[in-house]
Design a protein around this ligand. Structure first.
Ligand code: AMP
Ligand code: MG
Ligand code: MG
Length: 307
């Protein structure tokens, strides 16, 4: 029995706990597909790739979360029709029976977050963020993202890095629950007296570049993946994530927003308007993306962005 079903902990905590364990296993699936050497790349559109790893990870995540939370709405990047044979991609070692972060289920939750009902939960899944980078061997840019929204706003998020390795352990899972807590990483504020901005490495255009120039950064980190860029903010390696163009989607930003907010960061569109994550919302983030690390003045960026 999974943690989704088996404890009396508040629904929010069971959702995040289950999402952590699920993302961790999805990461091992992503690694195994890469090791197999058969990526099965499909072109979904201009600059929009999908591989066997995206399909298998999504299939696994959606199946598992559906089993645990049958009344929740789950929206995955790869759509509803994905069905893959996971044989050989799952093993007992990669599907631990225990929760990855047992402490999550014991956290205290504010009153207003105790009354969440499963029918009102929307789970946004990006099984593999940074696909283009993945196909180019830039595996450090890849993340698996599971964002949990209630009343259109992120209430929990999981960012998993399948290719992060420390002390012989493969993969790193990070979670954030606004007003409740975070785990899997250490918050490091970005350096003072400097402005480091991270942005896309593959979807740039004139407006993106003009906006970056107006912000006069000391350094620009052009890296792949919305999840990866959020990790740079969390770890204090950048002050802001700026993308002045439509392109990224709700499954790219729901989990990063939850994790960032849980540590005091902010994520909005380029006008400072928060995104909404209800099930019927448009998938594309039309207003671009401005995210700032904890302690960074979000309003300064909003004021300084050319209109
Ligand atoms: P990037 O920062 O370029 O890695 O983009 C972050 C996320 O948004 C990835 O999932 C990209 O695939 C997606 N994305 C951003 N811009 C576009 C675009 N113009 N077309 C398609 N996907 C995009
Ligand atoms: Mg993505
Ligand atoms: Mg993706």
């Amino acid at each position: 029995m999974s943690v989704g079903e088996s404890t009396n902990a508040p629904l929010l905590l069971r959702l995040v706990s289950e999402a952590c364990t699920t993302a961790n296993t999805a990461g091992s699936i992503v690694r195994k597909v890469l090791l197999s050497g058969e990526l099965g790349v499909v072109d979904k559109g201009v600059n929009d790739l999908q591989t066997k790893a995206d399909r298998c990870a999504q299939y696994y995540i959606v199946q598992r979360l559906k089993r645990c939370f049958p009344k929740a709405t789950i929206i995955g990047e790869e759509g509803d029709d994905v069905s893959e044979n996971l044989e050989g991609l799952l093993s007992p070692a990669t599907t631990p029976p225990e929760p990855l972060f047992p402490e999550i289920l014991n956290k205290s939750v504010p009153e207003k977050l105790l009354s969440i009902s499963e029918e009102n939960v929307v789970i946004w899944v990006d099984p593999l963020d940074g696909t283009q980078e993945f196909t180019k061997g830039l595996v450090g840019h890849v993340t698996t993202l599971i964002g949990i929204a209630v009343d259109a706003r992120p209430v929990g998020g999981v960012i998993h890095q399948p290719f992060y390795e420390a002390d012989g352990v493969k993969g790193r899972t990070m979670y954030g629950i606004p007003e409740v807590g975070h785990g899997g990483f250490t918050v490091t504020p970005p350096p003072e007296g400097k402005r480091i901005i991270t942005t896309t490495r593959s979807h740039s255009n004139q407006r993106v570049e003009a906006t970056l120039a107006a912000l006069q950064p000391d350094e620009i980190l052009r890296v792949g993946g919305a999840g990866h860029k959020a990790v740079l903010l969390i770890e204090g390696r950048a002050h802001a994530y700026v993308f002045a163009s439509p392109g990224c989607k709700k499954w790219d930003t729901c989990a990063p927003e939850a994790v960032l907010v849980s540590i005091g960061g902010i994520l909005t569109d380029m006008d400072g308007i928060p995104y909404r994550y209800s099930k019927d919302v448009e998938h594309v983030n039309q207003g671009g993306l401005l995210a700032t690390a904890p302690g960074v003045d979000h309003s300064w960026y909003l004021k300084s962005i050319p209109k």
